[in-house]
Write a new protein. Structure first.
Length: 278
């Protein structure tokens, strides 16, 4: 009897040398695709690849094997594999490029935005070894809207300083910031340099620094202007973070609405039965 041919691992011939070793190692332990009602093959493949990325078996910049090789080895259709890769791309775990040197690549690790402790974007980036930057889009004194007035403890129409910026991580756009500050509390704020950490500016110039904040999170999608500013596709996922920041004495200092790229950031929140144990 002629022995049955064993399936061979995919041949990532275009991958970098380091990626080739990791992909070959990963390929020797393929997932067992469960075929039953309510369990889809593409979701299982998505989870397998996502776990490999999280475990460091696949690293940023690694090129995955071709769709033809990988789908054949897994025993699924190319359409099923494309569905899994599409979901990974939506989650920001892989990127796709076209052309002679194109393919599917493992994306850079997402920036973790820790909401358990109050820290500005610049401080968060420093913790991750990245360089923070800012591009000021607008800075003006405007009358407080009803929402801003309620958040900042002002009367509607009271003057507030509005600062709109794009925040950069290693030169790449990550966040659209829209912050409002009470003008009476921070005179001449708009005369200062606004391309650095605003929280550090408030502390250094006015001896005021946000001590705690109430933040609301809401998933949204990018419109035309947001997509252009963040260099993403229209309709791409964003995380809206609405924040009211307070001084240690409880005075409102800032009302902000920030839009974070969903493909480049993820939110981390530590919880405990007792707040004092965090």
């Amino acid at each position: 009897m002629t022995p049955t041919a064993q399936p061979q691992p995919p041949r990532p011939v275009q991958a970098a040398p380091g990626a080739l070793t990791r992909l070959t190692s990963l390929a020797r332990k393929p997932p067992k695709i469960i075929k039953q009602t309510g369990v889809t093959a593409h979701a299982q493949i998505e989870d397998w690849l996502a776990d490999a990325i999280a475990a460091g078996q696949l690293r940023a910049g690694d090129r995955l094997p071709t769709e033809h090789d990988l789908s054949a080895w897994l025993g699924v259709s190319r359409m099923t594999l494309r569905h899994a890769l599409g979901e990974l791309a939506q989650r920001g775990l892989v990127t796709k490029t076209v052309g002679r040197n194109g393919g599917t690549f493992v994306a850079e690790a997402k920036l973790e935005q820790d909401l358990t402790t109050l820290a500005g974007f610049s401080e968060q980036l420093r913790r991750h070894g990245k360089v923070a930057g800012a591009k000021v889009l607008a800075a003006a004194q405007i009358p407080a809207s009803p929402a801003a007035a309620a958040a900042l403890g002002l009367a509607e129409g009271d003057p507030v300083h509005e600062v709109r910026r794009i925040r950069l991580a290693d030169g790449r756009p990550m966040v659209i910031e829209h912050s409002l500050f009470p003008a009476a509390l921070f005179p001449d704020l708009l005369d200062c340099r606004l391309d650095g950490s605003l929280y550090e500016l408030l502390e250094d110039r006015y001896r005021q620094r946000p001590h705690r904040a109430r933040e609301l999170l809401e998933p949204v999608v990018a419109g035309v202007r947001e997509a252009e500013a963040l260099e993403i596709d229209e309709g791409a996922p964003l995380m809206l973070v609405e924040r009211t920041a307070y001084s240690k004495a409880g005075q409102p200092l800032e009302f902000a609405r920030d839009l974070f790229r969903g493909d480049r950031t993820r939110v981390v929140v530590w919880t405990s039965e007792l707040a004092g144990e965090l």
